[in-house]
Design a protein around this ligand. Structure first.
Ligand code: AVI
Length: 344
C-alpha cells in the first residue's frame, strides 16, 4: 500500500491532490492514478485508502459496532480498565500533552482523555490528520464532552516518508508528549511501511515522550474471518463501496453486485486479506480514464491487508523504530494489545 489506509487518513490523501475539471464533475488525479495503476496490473488491486469516502467512513463506523468486529470494543475495554495506569506510565511524573494520529472521533479516545483529565485536570489534545475536514468533524464535540480538554487540531501528512517532517506543538517545562496510534490502524500498512511511519514519529519526539500503539493479535482463524465477513454484510458493503466510489468519481460502470466480497486469512503473512471476486467474465468501462478493464470469472481485486501481530511483535516493532518498549496491556483473551513505547 502506498498510502495510508486508516479511516482518518483516508480522505486525507485525496484532499491534498489537485482536482481537474471535466464535463459536469471533477476528477481527483490521485484517485485516477491509483485506480488506473491498480486495475491494469496483475493481480489487480485497489488501495485501501479508497474505502474512505463519506459512505465508506459511515460503513466503517457501522463495522466498529458489529458483534463480530471485536477490535474496537476490546481496545476500548483495555482503555477503560487500564487508562489511569497508561497515563501514569506515559507521564512519569510530568504533565501530558496528547496527540493522536488520525482524527479521534471514536469514544475510545475519549476514554483515554478522561483518564488524563482525572490525573492532571486539563489536557491539550492534538488530533493530527491530513484532512482538515476530518479534523473539523471529529473534534468539535470533544471539548464539550470531556471538560478539561483543549483541542488543538493539526493538519499534517504523517504517512509519507517523503512528506513534511513529523512535528508536534512545543511542550512547556514539565510537559511530555504522548502520541496515540490506536485502533489497529498500523495493521493496514505493509510491515516495512509501518516501521517507516513509526521511525518518522520517533524522529519528531524527545527523550521521555511516549507512543501508544493499538494492535490486533493473531487468534483463532474463524474469529478473524468473522470480523471481516460479518453476518449482516456490512463489511461486504464496505468492500464493494470502493467500486461504487470508482463509478461516481471516475464515471465507471461497475455493477458492484457482480463482485463477491471475500475475506481470507493469509497465515504465512499473518494478515487478513480482503478481495472482490468477479462472479462472471465481464468488461468494465472507466470513462474518466478512457480505460476498459477485462475481468475473467473468478478474477480478484485485492483491496486490503490487515496485519495481525504475534506475541512480542508489536514491542519488537516499537524497539526497531527507536522506542523502548515500556508496557503492554491486553484483554483476558489476548485478542488485542495496547503497547506503550518510550522515546529513549
Ligand atoms: C481501519 N482498519 C484498522 C480496519 C481493519 O480492521 O483493518 C479496516 C477494516 N477493514 C474491514 N473491516 C475493517
Amino acid at each position: 500500500m502506498s498510502a495510508a489506509a486508516s479511516p482518518a487518513a483516508s480522505s486525507a490523501v485525496t484532499a491534498q491532490h489537485s482536482l481537474i475539471g471535466r464535463v459536469g464533475s471533477q476528477v481527483d488525479q490521485h484517485v485516477a492514478a491509483a485506480v488506473r495503476e491498480g486495475l491494469v496490473r496483475r493481480p489487480k488491486r485497489l488501495p485501501a485508502w479508497l474505502f474512505y469516502d463519506a459512505e465508506g467512513s459511515r460503513l466503517f463506523d457501522e463495522i466498529t459496532k458489529l458483534p463480530e468486529y471485536y477490535l474496537t470494543r476490546t481496545e476500548r475495554a483495555i482503555f477503560a480498565e487500564h487508562g489511569a495506569e497508561i497515563m501514569a506510565r506515559a507521564a512519569g511524573g510530568a504533565r501530558l500533552r496528547i496527540a493522536e494520529l488520525g482524527a479521534g472521533s471514536a469514544e475510545k479516545t475519549r476514554v483515554l482523555l478522561r483518564a488524563a483529565v482525572e490525573r492532571q485536570q486539563r489536557v491539550v489534545y492534538e488530533p493530527i490528520d491530513v484532512s482538515a475536514s476530518a479534523l473539523d468533524g471529529a473534534c468539535q464535540l470533544i471539548e464539550c464532552e470531556v471538560p478539561g480538554v483543549t483541542v488543538a487540531p493539526r493538519v499534517m501528512d504523517y504517512t509519507h516518508g517523503d512528506g513534511e517532517q513529523f512535528r508536534l506543538g512545543s511542550v512547556s517545562d514539565g510537559e511530555r508528549h504522548l502520541v496515540l496510534y490506536i485502533g489497529s490502524s498500523i495493521g493496514n500498512f505493509e510491515p516495512s511501511e509501518a516501521l517507516r511511519l513509526l521511525r518518522r514519529v520517533r524522529a519528531g519526539l524527545q527523550a521521555g515522550d511516549s507512543f501508544l500503539l493499538g494492535v490486533d493479535l493473531v487468534k483463532n482463524e474463524n474469529a478473524l474471518l468473522d470480523a471481516y465477513d460479518d453476518a449482516a454484510g456490512v463489511t461486504a458493503a464496505f468492500n464493494r463501496n470502493i467500486l461504487v466510489r470508482v463509478n461516481s468519481e471516475l464515471d465507471a460502470n461497475f455493477n458492484p453486485f457482480t463482485f463477491a466480497h471475500c475475506a481470507m486469512w493469509n497465515r504465512a503473512e499473518s494478515r487478513i486479506e480482503m478481495h472482490l471476486v468477479s462472479r462472471v467474465a465481464q468488461q468494465v468501462k472507466i470513462a474518466a480514464l478512457d480505460l476498459t478493464v477485462d475481468f475473467a470469472c473468478g478474477e480478484t481485486i485485492h483491496t486490503e491487508n490487515s496485519y495481525k501481530y504475534g506475541p512480542g511483535e508489536a514491542e519488537a516493532l516499537l524497539e526497531e523504530a527507536g522506542f523502548a518498549s515500556d508496557a503492554t496491556w491486553t484483554d483476558a483473551r489476548q485478542g488485542f494489545a495496547v503497547c506503550l513505547g518510550r522515546a529513549a
